[in-house]
Design a protein around this ligand. Structure first.
Ligand SMILES: [Zn+2]
Length: 130
């Protein structure tokens, strides 16, 4: 699947975000190595520490369905520009995929950037360090 299409799916998933406090919507679309897409949005609750990011929602949905091999993840947000995954999501990404491509941007602005997890989380702590 092309990056543009995956980013469109992330933008669609963003519309389901439950963000009554920040109003900052984020959507993610995760492409598995066997071609299936899992989407996710951010979900906020009054106890802010229980909030979950769009990236982790998509990844955990995939894991719960037995998927463990991922090709790329697209992320879109309310700012309609590049929105980088937070540190917690970067750590979850590297747990499951050290070669995952991360697609960020906006289809309406034709901004589509591609990164690796090593770009975003160099010198990461992984199971190799245990
Ligand atoms: Zn996050």
């Amino acid at each position: 699947m092309e990056n543009f299409k995956l980013l469109e799916l992330a933008e669609q998933a963003k519309e389901n975000a439950y963000v009554p406090y920040s109003k900052f919507k984020v959507g993610a679309a995760l492409l598995t190595k066997n071609g299936k897409v899992y989407t996710g949005c951010n979900v906020e609750v009054a106890s802010f520490g229980a909030t979950n990011c769009a990236e982790r929602t998509a990844i955990f949905k995939a894991i719960s369905e037995g998927e463990t091999e991922f090709e790329k993840i697209a992320v879109a947000s309310s700012n309609d520009d590049e929105t980088f995954p937070c540190g917690i999501c970067r750590q979850v990404i590297v747990e499951f995929s050290k070669d995952l491509k991360i697609i960020l941007g906006s289809t309406s602005k034709n901004i589509i950037k591609e990164y690796t997890i090593d770009d975003l989380l160099p010198h990461s702590f992984t199971s190799d360090d245990l």
